[in-house]
Write a protein that binds this ligand. Structure first.
Ligand code: AMP
Length: 282
């Protein structure tokens, strides 16, 4: 497994791989790898000749009061995990390498950002789209793998690939969970023991939503209000949002019908957790 730290070396590697007609599966990450990232890598391994992952905590996608500095990092551990999974190349650039000077052009996401994390984290998806534009150009993958835990990100990346004609197939991968249902996240290590105990209630609430819909409830406002009230009693964190929207459009809907997303974000003392389920309502 190669560790590549500069853009120039990465481009050199990519040229050599392309000359041999090898397909590249790409998994962008911010590191502190867990089973969620691993399932993306395994998926990439199955369908491509070469797997490239990037590990880069991208300052552009963090707001001024967010956790860029305290985001968990452990490159040595990540390296071992990637090696075990048969990753071929880890692209591990520094911030200076990616942004040696302020960018003269940045991406602005204009659709699907007035809801969910886009609304609570202004500029976040602009930062995501900007770094991915760079990474896609540097790595030139055939396929790029993204987790549905960040379902809004998947929708935004779909827009980026289509609007800017990247010849890349977007592959969404289902959310990987702990045994108690909590979605795996690098940030889970920052929950206090009490918060960790109650955090699975987020996923439980999503399951309850599914049951209520199966029982015939279709009114989005009623569902949202009932779910909010129910979640509030089971967690000490504050609910940042609980929304039911069409998917992948992320549009407001009065009644649940067709493919929808139910998404929740909860703020704890040191960490903000997100989770969602996407269901097809007949
Ligand atoms: P991150 O390192 O948090 O930026 O995540 C890198 C990629 O892994 C993104 O595409 C995430 O959606 C995906 N990912 C993170 N957590 C999970 C999870 N629990 N299940 C599946 N994919 C995940």
């Amino acid at each position: 497994m190669k560790i590549v730290r500069t853009i120039e070396d990465m481009q050199q590697q990519v040229q050599e791989l392309k000359a041999q007609n090898l397909s590249i599966g790409f998994v962008p990450t911010m590191g502190f790898l867990h089973e969620g990232h691993m399932s993306l890598m395994e998926e990439a391994k199955k369908h491509n000749d070469i797997v490239v992952i990037s590990i880069f905590v991208n300052p552009l996608q963090f707001g001024p009061n967010e956790d860029f500095d305290s985001y968990p990092r452990d490159f040595e551990r990540d390296e071992k995990i990637a090696e075990q999974l048969g990753v071929d190349v880890v692209f591990y650039p520094s911030v200076d390498q990616m942004y040696p000077k302020p960018l003269s052009i940045k991406m602005t996401v204009t659709d699907r950002t007035n809801v969910l994390c886009g609304r609570s984290r202004p500029g976040h998806f602009d930062g995501v789209a900007t770094v991915l534009t760079k990474l896609f150009h540097i790595i030139q993958p055939s396929r790029a793998y993204f987790g549905l835990k960040d379902a809004q990100q998947v929708a935004v990346v779909d827009g980026l690939i289509n609007d800017f004609n990247f010849p890349i197939e977007l592959v969404p991968v289902p959310t990987v969970r702990e045994e108690d249902g909590l979605a795996k996240s690098s940030r889970n290590v920052r929950l206090t023991p009490e918060e960790r105990k109650e955090a699975p209630n987020i996923y439980k609430t999503l399951q309850v939503a599914k049951e209520w819909i199966a029982d015939g409830e279709r009114d989005t406002n009623k569902l949202t209000d009932r779910l909010f009230a129910s979640l509030e009693t089971t967690i000490s964190g504050s609910i940042d949002y609980l929304e039911i929207l069409s998917y992948p459009e992320l549009g407001n809907i009065d009644s649940v019908d067709g493919k929808i997303i139910i998404a929740i974000a909860v703020k704890y003392s040191n960490v903000r957790l997100i989770d969602n389920i996407i269901i097809d309502v007949a």
